[in-house]
Design a protein around this ligand. Structure first.
Ligand SMILES: Nc1nc2c(c(=O)[nH]1)N[C@H]1C(S)=C(S)[C@@H](COP(=O)(O)O)O[C@H]1N2
Ligand SMILES: [Mo]
Length: 261
């Protein structure tokens, strides 16, 4: 028994390990093998994360560190060329569910005429975009599955412009680590650059052949079939490129940042 392990005997080892396992359990098989049984002990994990687990506060620090470890493994496993499954029109879930941190009648009402999308951070084209300008960009459609951590998934159809092309057009530094989003409803998110450049990552203006209604994120959302629902920001008003970790609305409350699906 090392010093750390001796200190944690008074804490509920089983419960902490269950939480840590749940965090790592979001990973798929190759990474589970990577973390083989030996490392999934508290001693092994605290060594990997560099945390000593001695009290409540350090349990939280430890679990956050496990989550960031999970981010790094997911980023490492992420295949930028691997496509998420696509579906047929007939498989679309109708009606498509709404979800947000408020109820549907509280969805922000954004005025399309005065709307301006702001581009900031590590981009040479720091400027604002009007909706008519954005609507002239190359168009793509996808029918993909949206998976929410609250326990539902649904197939929907989104249309918009491939995000990689948009980032290149605005002169984004694609060697930067993060793309961050600010939303009209105080939501915020950030994603890794590899996912931002993934061919199925779409700056979506349409839902099922129509402009996005307010509930699904008017005037635009980022649609990523490779990420869980909460990583897909609706009502985007600002996009920024940065090397400083920006966090996210749910991520800052303990959800895993990478959030792969
Ligand atoms: N701006 C904003 N974006 C958001 C959210 C939100 O509350 N506000 N909720 C997220 C969550 S948890 C989910 S599951 C999806 C729901 O998208 P939908 O309403 O199109 O189904 O939006 C995500 N993006
Ligand atoms: Mo969600």
């Amino acid at each position: 028994m090392n010093t750390n392990e001796r200190k944690i005997v008074t804490l509920d080892r089983a419960a902490i390990l269950t939480d840590a396992r749940r965090e790592l359990g979001k990973l798929d098989m190759p990474s589970r093998r990577l973390f083989g049984k030996r490392l999934l002990t508290l001693g092994g994990l605290s060594m990997l994360t560099g945390c000593s687990i001695t009290d409540e506060a350090s349990v939280n620090t430890f679990l956050t560190a496990v989550s960031r470890l999970n981010d790094r493994v997911q980023a490492w496993l992420f295949d930028p060329h691997q496509l998420a499954p696509t579906y047929s029109e007939a498989q679309i879930t109708r009606p498509f569910p709404f979800n947000a941190f408020y109820s549907v009648d509280e969805a922000p009402v954004v005025d399309g005429g005065s709307y301006r999308l702001k581009l900031s951070g590590l981009v040479t084209g720091q400027r604002v975009w009007t909706l008519p300008e954005l609507y002239t960009l190359p168009h793509a459609e996808q029918i993909t599955r949206h998976i929410c951590v609250e326990g539902w998934s649904a197939i929907g159809r989104w249309g918009g412009t491939p995000f990689a092309g948009f980032l290149r057009r605005v002169g984004a530094d694609t060697s930067a680590k993060y793309v961050g989003f600010r939303c009209a409803d105080d939501y915020y998110e950030s994603i890794d650059m590899a996912t931002a450049l993934h061919p199925q990552t779409l700056l979506a203006f349409d839902y099922d052949g129509e402009r996005l209604p307010a509930k699904y994120g008017y005037p635009m959302k980022l649609r990523m079939p490779t990420k869980l629902g909460y990583k897909n920001p609706k009502h985007i008003v600002e996009i920024f490129v940065t090397n400083t970790y920006p966090g996210g609305y749910w991520v800052d409350q303990g959800y895993n940042w990478f959030g792969g699906s």
